[in-house]
Design a protein around this ligand. Sequence first.
Ligand code: SF4
Length: 289
Amino acid sequence: MRPPQEARSLLLPATQGCTYNKCNFCYISRGYTFMSMRPDEFEAQAAAYKPYFPSTTRVYLTGSNPFALSTRKLKEYIAILRKYYPDFGRVSLQARIDDIARKTDEELRELKELGLSHLYIGTENGDEEVLKLMNKGHTASDTVTQLRRLDETGYGYTCFYVLGLGGKGNGIRSALNTAAMFNSVNPERITTTGMTLFEASPVADMARKGEFVEASEREKIEELRAFLNALKIDVFYDGVHYLNPLNYRFRNSDASAKTRVLTDIDDILASHTDAELELMVNRRQMTSL
Ligand code: SF4
């Protein structure tokens, strides 16, 4: 697994599994013990790909949250990468909010200076109730605290926001609280995806028991509209993801691009019935992340 933006990067396995593994909407790491590559295993991979990637390549370390690894281990990986790709563009990886919290400012600065300069973070939503419902393991207030630390230590970071995560009736509240959360920090990019009930995730059981009611595609699109409308910071919005109900990408400070997108969303909402929107997105055909 890798974010769409890392399609051209050198992808190197660093970890398997997730240290948390309890988010109700997620199934990807269930059943996998969290493990990390030994430095010699990591080095063997880095060496094997050397003929195929330039020394300036960007590197993406795969795994659900490799930023949970100790600073010592991450530094070992980076040293190996410097040996084979001396001018690498940057190293990036996935991080949970509590992984960031466990690192001191000094550790964050040190890793950033060594080239680990971009994090992909499953912030998911800015609404406290929704985060609790999905058992995310951190609050929106924790998110703001930790992202501010990244701002202060000079990291670039991409945040993920899942439209429809709160279920039916909670889209607009999620949108406004998520926009407010991001408006108080400085992400480089925000990527949205759309809530999909995958059979292997706990939320599918919650839905069967009536504890979660899925939002319609119309509500997800209305949530996206309300979110974009309330988002004020200068950030790149990159909604190109197959789980999204609609795909757009633009710089949020580009007023004319944003107006075009909001008008387009209005047109789509006005010109399609609920049944047509469900059919267009066709979420039941999405069987895996
Ligand atoms: S969403 Fe991320 S943090 Fe949550 S269980 Fe899945 S991999 Fe772990």
